[in-house]
Design a protein around this ligand. Structure first.
Ligand code: F3S
Ligand code: F3S
Length: 98
């Protein structure tokens, strides 16, 4: 699966969403998440992200390795779905400004 890592937080460009053929990229409050059960590894999302937040799970930079779980666990929350909160790891981050 592909994974959205920390550079998306507080950016949410959403270019990736338009590229995904299976609509498996979902929106939280501060970032977007890829549903690993939906992603077909088509790769379309990765090159369009302006902040290079998207990685194949095998290519995640070490400091963002935990985002594989962050993306997966978002869909295991009690009330998963677009716009409903964030994974606790993302929610705990200080404001990300560039
Ligand atoms: Fe985020 Fe990049 Fe998509 S900033 S919403 S992963 S295009
Ligand atoms: Fe969609 Fe990206 Fe996977 S475009 S199918 S989330 S590789």
């Amino acid at each position: 699966t592909y994974v959205i890592a920390q550079p998306c937080v507080d950016v949410k460009d959403r270019a990736c969403v338009d590229e995904c053929p299976v609509d498996c990229i979902h929106e939280g409050e501060r970032t977007l998440y890829i549903d690993p059960d939906g992603c077909v590894d088509c790769h379309a999302c990765e090159p369009v992200c302006p902040v290079e937040a998207v990685f194949h799970e095998d290519d995640l930079p070490r400091q963002w390795a935990h985002y594989r779980s962050v993306n997966a666990e978002f869909f295991e929350l009690a009330s998963p779905g677009d716009g409903r909160g964030d994974h606790r790891v993302v929610a705990a981050l200080p404001p990300q400004s560039s």
